[in-house]
Design a protein around this ligand. Structure first.
Ligand SMILES: [Zn+2]
Length: 350
């Protein structure tokens, strides 16, 4: 994803610098250079959070679309779309993250429109040439977008939805409430599951709305055990990493080369932490993810041990050490959650 007002040159500089340091194993010096020298740039360009968690129980009514020119459709209103599941994607045609997301969004439109899904692409432009409606029309045609597109040149719809970056997706239930939101590429499996689930739901009154969401740390009680209890529960390797903030040797863990689909749970308390959807090959020898399943399931803390400024990642529920997070990850978050295999327990999911 990319953020509004983001300098593309600045992003390039960061990306080039980060490529240089993309190795946890041999990149210590480079990593500290990044975190010190480019911190302000990195902070400005790194998304603060990647939100793929389903919205809380308080599903809010989605704001109505603001006025704008519609392509592929007569003007639509959410009021008239009651009874439909609506996927709203904020995009702009020059955004490569949006282009990467497009094939999936188009496939949902093709697969589910006869079952009650309406996809609306809200085109909120970033650059001058993206404001020109003729350009938007010709891009919509050449990208073979057949779903309705609302042009949002004045960012009125963008502001109503509180959007901050491209692409941002919202999924609305048949009663017009926002039930899911995601910033950036990815989480396609989650989104499709939500679409399927919402298509089976009836229009509901507010209090009957079933919250659909992944398990987050807040939903479970914190687990507090003393050192002796952890020592008894965990193997010596697990205890060393999880409770003494140790690091397993690179290329030795069970998961750095695991490509199966599924969920990675905290090895100490069983809280869901990472999904295979956010896993990528970092080449470091440690399992690496660009985002946790939910921001609320992990905590990050500054770690100045070993003479390096790093950010430690811990399980929110039991406080166990999982690994570190760096600024040199891939899009959409730009983050690399560099985890210890021994801190995780993987469960295969179809
Ligand atoms: Zn835990």
């Amino acid at each position: 994803m990319h953020r509004r007002n983001l300098s593309r040159t600045g992003l390039l500089i960061v990306l080039v610098a980060l490529v240089v340091s993309a190795d946890y194993a041999r990149g210590w010096a480079a990593v500290s250079f990044i975190s010190s020298g480019l911190a302000h740039l990195a902070n400005r360009t790194q998304p603060v959070s990647l939100e793929s968690a389903l919205l809380e129980t308080e599903s809010k009514a989605a704001p109505e679309f603001a006025a704008g020119i519609w392509i592929n459709s007569r003007p639509l209103t959410l009021k008239n779309l009651r009874g439909h599941v609506v996927l709203v994607e904020f995009w702009t045609f020059g955004c490569y993250n949006c282009r990467n997301t497009l094939p999936t969004v188009k496939s949902w439109h093709a697969r589910y429109r006869d079952k009650g899904l309406t996809v609306v692409g809200v085109h909120s432009p970033e650059l001058d040439n993206e404001r020109d409606i003729a350009n938007v029309r010709s891009e919509v045609a050449s990208l073979e977008i057949h779903f309705p597109v609302l042009t949002d040149n004045d960012f009125a719809t963008w502001k109503r939805y509180g959007v901050e970056a491209w692409p941002t997706l919202f999924i609305l239930d048949k009663s017009g409430r926002v039930r899911w939101r995601h910033v950036g590429e990815g989480a396609y499996d989650d989104a499709e599951q939500i679409i399927q689930q919402l298509l089976t739901e009836d229009e509901q009154s507010r209090d009957k709305a079933k919250p659909v969401r992944i398990e987050t740390a807040e939903m479970k009680e914190k687990i507090i055990k003393n050192d002796e209890e952890w020592r008894r529960q965990l193997s010596p390797d697990e205890y060393y990493v999880l409770r003494q903030s140790g690091t397993e040797p690179a290329f030795t863990g069970a998961y750095w080369a695991n490509h199966e689909k599924g969920v990675y749970y905290c090895a100490a308390c069983g809280l869901a932490l990472f999904s295979s959807d956010a896993k990528y090959d970092s080449g470091t020898g440690w399992p690496s993810f660009f985002a946790p399943v939910s921001e609320t399931n992990v905590i990050t803390e500054t770690d100045n041990s070993l003479g390096m400024a790093r950010t430690e990642v811990k399980c929110r529920r039991c406080g166990s050490h999982l690994g570190h997070v760096f600024d040199d990850g891939p899009r959409p978050s730009g983050l690399r959650y560099c985890m210890n295999s021994v801190s995780l327990k993987f469960e295969k999911k179809p």
